[in-house]
Design a protein around this ligand. Structure first.
Ligand SMILES: Nc1ncnc2c1ncn2[C@@H]1O[C@H](COP(=O)(O)OP(=O)(O)OP(=O)(O)O)[C@@H](O)[C@H]1O
Ligand SMILES: [Mg+2]
Length: 335
C-alpha cells in the first residue's frame, strides 16, 4: 500500500550537504499502523514529510496505493494529497475559524456542496465526540479537543493514509488515550493506513503493528511491535524500551495457545541471583520454554523477579522439575 524505495533527502546548508534521509526503504500494508521512533534529529519528520512531498525527496521512489507520488506534477500532487491526511504536535488549526469551519475547510477546497459539507462535518463531529463544540474557536478548547478537531479535519476527505507527527506529545495521558482510541477507530472504520511518529514508547506499544527505529537518517531496526518489544536487537532500541514505565508489568499469556502447562516462577531476594534455572535445564528431562520474565529493583537495594515458563514432558518428569524448584526456594504458581 505504501512502498518507499531508496529514499534519500539531502539538505544543503552553507555549502555542506547532509543526508537527513539516507537510502531508506520500507513497506506498509493497508490498514496497518506503522510507528517510527528515534532520537531527535534522526530524520523522522523529514521522512514523513517526504511522503506527501511537503519536503521534496532528493531521490528514491514513493508509491501510495500504486501511485508514484515522487513523479507527480503540482496539480496531480494537490489531488493526491486528499488521500494523505496529516496531524501534528501543534495541531495547526485555524484560530480565526470555528471548529465546524476548521473541519469543513478541506471539503470546501475540494468544492463540495453546502449540504454535503454540513452532513460530513456533523458525522465527523460525532466521530470525534465534539458535537457541542461545533461553534467554539480553537482557543476555547483543551489540547486534547484541539487534536480531535485536527483529526476530524484530516479525516474529512477520507484519506487512505494518515501521517501523524508527534500528535500526542503535547497531551496528558488521558487525552493521549482518547486520541489513540480515535486513531484505532479510524483504522477500523475507514480502513486507513497510519504512519505515526512518536517518542512515547507506550504510544508505540499501544497502537502500532510494525515499528521502525531511525538513527542518522537510516532505519536501523524494523519489526512487529511484539518483536521490537520482546527482542530488541540494537542498543538504540533497547535504550528506548528500557525507559518504558510499564515494561515491568507482566505480559498476559493465553494458556490455550500452549501445549504444555504454564508456570510462573517467582524469585525472591535469596534466589534471584542463583543459577537455579541453569541447573533445572541441565538436569530435567522436560522441555522448558521461557515465555516472559522480569527482574526489578524494589526499594533501594532489593531485587526480585519472575519467569513465566511452559513445561512439557512426562508427568513424573514435570513433578521432579517442580519439586526441584520448590526445594530451591523458588515460589511456583500454576497459571
Ligand atoms: N529544512 C532543513 N534544512 C536543513 N536541515 C534540515 C531541514 N529540516 C531538517 N533538517 C535536519 O535534518 C535532520 C532530521 O530532522 P528531522 O526534523 O527529520 O528530525 P526528527 O527525527 O523529526 O527530530 P525530532 O524528534 O526532534 O522532531 C536534522 O539534523 C535537522 O537539523
Ligand atoms: Mg520531528
Amino acid at each position: 500500500m505504501i512502498k518507499v524505495e531508496n529514499l534519500t533527502k539531502e539538505f544543503k546548508t552553507n555549502g555542506h550537504s547532509f543526508k537527513a534521509i539516507d537510502d531508506v526503504s520500507f513497506q506498509v500494508d493497508k490498514g496497518q499502523v506503522f510507528g517510527i521512533i528515534g532520537l531527535s534529529g534522526a530524520g523522522k519528520s523529514t521522512l514523513v514529510r517526504c511522503l506527501n512531498r511537503l519536503e521534496e525527496p532528493t531521490s528514491g521512489k514513493i508509491e501510495i496505493d500504486g501511485l508514484r507520488i515522487d513523479s507527480l506534477n503540482e496539480k496531480e500532487l494537490l489531488e493526491a494529497r486528499k488521500d494523505i491526511g496529516m496531524i501534528f504536535q501543534s495541531f495547526n488549526l485555524f484560530n480565526q475559524r470555528t471548529v465546524f469551519e476548521n473541519i469543513a475547510f478541506p471539503l470546501k477546497l475540494a468544492g463540495e456542496t453546502k449540504e454535503d459539507i454540513e452532513k460530513k462535518v456533523s458525522e465527523l463531529l460525532d466521530f470525534v465526540d465534539l458535537r457541542e463544540k461545533r461553534n467554539s474557536y480553537p482557543s476555547q478548547l483543551s489540547g486534547g479537543q484541539k487534536q480531535r478537531v485536527a483529526i476530524a479535519r484530516a479525516l474529512a476527505t477520507k484519506p487512505k493514509v494518515l501521517l501523524s507527527d508527534e500528535s500526542t506529545s503535547a497531551l496528558d495521558p488521558q487525552n493521549t488515550d482518547q486520541v489513540l482510541k480515535l486513531l484505532k477507530d479510524a483504522v477500523d472504520k475507514y480502513q486507513m493506513t497510519i504512519i505515526i511518529i512518536t517518542h512515547q514508547m507506550e504510544v508505540a506499544k499501544d497502537i502500532c503493528d510494525q515499528i521502525a527505529v531511525m538513527e542518522n537518517g537510516k532505519i536501523i531496526e524494523r519489526g512487529s511491535v511484539e518483536e521490537i518489544f520482546s527482542n530488541p536487537k540494537t542498543a538504540r532500541t533497547k535504550s528506548f524500551i528500557k525507559n518504558l514505565p510499564d515494561q515491568a508489568e507482566e505480559i498476559v499469556l493465553d494458556k490455550n495457545e500452549f501445549k504444555g502447562d504454564l508456570y510462573r516462577l517467582n524469585f525472591g531476594k535469596q534466589t534471584v541471583k542463583q543459577p537455579i534455572i541453569n541447573q533445572l535445564l541441565k538436569n530435567s528431562k522436560c522441555t522448558i520454554n521461557i515465555l516472559s520474565g522480569n527482574i526489578s529493583t524494589i526499594g533501594r537495594d532489593s531485587t526480585s523477579g519472575y519467569l513465566t515458563v511452559e513445561i512439557q514432558g512426562e508427568k513424573n518428569d514435570i513433578r521432579a522439575a517442580l519439586d526441584f524448584l520448590e526445594e530451591s526456594k523458588v515460589n511456583v504458581e500454576v497459571i
